[in-house]
Design a protein around this ligand. Structure first.
Ligand SMILES: [Zn+2]
Length: 383
């Protein structure tokens, strides 16, 4: 069992705090790009958003048993004092493991800001992880006032271009900039057929600016100028170590303010900043989960995780957005798959399914009209 420093260890003052309003002191998004809809029947800060908080190791934490109770789930150790599952009739919904930042939600691998702590015969998550990740993931309807309407306009951003090839595999003869553009054009076609308006940051082998920081800023500018409802940046991955072994997909959305990026275990100068890309933290979360799940289902590829980062293209967008890493060019086997049009079409189809899933989720969350006012509703995808 993990031991706490003697000083603050079990100074267990249980507090009731308002969530997630404490973390949402961010400006509202521009109405044109992502109108917020206040549900008529549900106040923004409902009692359901109260969590019992305990101070552990200097951080406000919520016990996994309290999370289970709130969600009507059954908490149990799957490995004593190491891993806990939260289950309902349909089976295991969450798996948390002490000192591991990744957890599983309905089989999807997602990263917490901080690893769970073991204390008092249960695991504990930080309050920030509960209010900005676990609760909105499990109960998006309780965060409806902070979610946008279903999207219609999307900006697709094929990563790199021109003098910046991105990652390369010289053995196979593959360049990231070419693959990203091909996948984006395939995805554009699929989305337009489903009624989306699609704007591209580039349609040819070019950069948006010679200097990299400006190039990335311009990609975000395209989304903001288009008053887009969504932004998706498409990339391919690479690793130095274990290159032959590492394959699969990763999805990134903005790390919420104060939450550590998945790549960091220490705060940095950006951790405390509320970026424009944080205005849609709850939508980012739903978008990332839908995209990641659909990509994995479509490609049947290893789950490298739904992660959080403060990536340049995501920091300055004013709409929900994500960045997907659709495969590893550092693996020769994966690179050989990626250079086939069939596999790239599957990637595009997986992304389209994820985007449709996100739109359908948002549409389904909206309050239903009163029975007397029921009229035929077009499918969310046709907006
Ligand atoms: Zn890239």
């Amino acid at each position: 069992m993990a031991r706490l420093p003697a000083t603050r260890s079990v100074a267990l003052m249980v507090l009731m705090v308002w969530l997630p309003a404490c973390a949402s002191a961010q400006p509202a998004p521009p109405a044109a790009s992502a109108p917020l809809r206040a549900p008529p029947t549900r106040p923004a800060a409902a009692p359901a958003q109260l969590w019992p908080v305990t101070r552990l190791r200097g951080t406000d934490c919520v016990s996994v048993r309290d999370i289970a109770e709130r969600f009507g789930l059954k908490a149990a150790w799957s490995r004593p004092e190491l891993a806990m599952t939260l289950s309902d009739k349909s089976g295991v919904r969450f798996t948390f493991e002490t000192r591991q930042r990744d957890f599983y939600f309905d089989g999807l691998r997602i990263f917490l800001g901080e690893p769970p702590l073991l204390e008092k015969d249960t695991l504990w998550l930080t309050k920030l992880d509960v209010i900005k990740l676990i609760a909105p993931l499990f109960r998006p309807v309780e965060h409806l006032a902070l979610l946008p309407a279903a999207p219609r306009t999307i900006v697709l951003d094929p990563g790199h271009g021109g003098s910046d090839p991105g990652k390369e595999n010289q053995t196979v003869g593959a360049q990231e900039k070419t693959l990203t553009l091909d996948v984006a054009l395939r995805l554009k076609k699929l989305l337009e057929a489903q009624g989306w308006r699609v704007v591209m940051t580039r349609t040819t082998d070019t950069k948006l600016a010679a200097e990299q920081a400006l190039d990335l800023q311009r990609r975000a500018d395209v989304a903001n100028k288009a008053k887009a409802d969504l932004f998706l940046s498409i990339h391919f991955n690479s690793v130095e170590r274990d290159a032959a072994r590492v394959t699969g997909v990763e999805t990134y959305t903005m790390a919420p303010q104060f939450m550590l990026s998945t790549a960091s275990d220490q705060p940095d100068e950006m951790t405390r900043v509320a970026f424009p890309g944080n205005r849609q933290d709850y939508a980012n979360l739903l978008l990332g989960a839908e995209l990641h799940r659909a990509l994995l289902a479509g490609l049947k590829t290893p789950d490298r995780g739904f992660k959080r980062g403060r990536l340049a293209v995501l920091r300055f967008i004013e709409c929900p957005g994500a960045l997907v890493e659709c495969g590893y060019l550092s693996s020769n086997a994966e690179a050989r798959r990626l250079v086939t049009p069939e596999f790239r079409q599957k990637i595009a189809e997986g992304l389209a399914a994820g985007l449709q899933g996100y739109a359908a989720t948002l549409a389904a969350l909206q309050p239903k009209p009163a029975p007397s006012a029921v009229t035929p509703t077009p499918a969310p995808t046709s907006r």
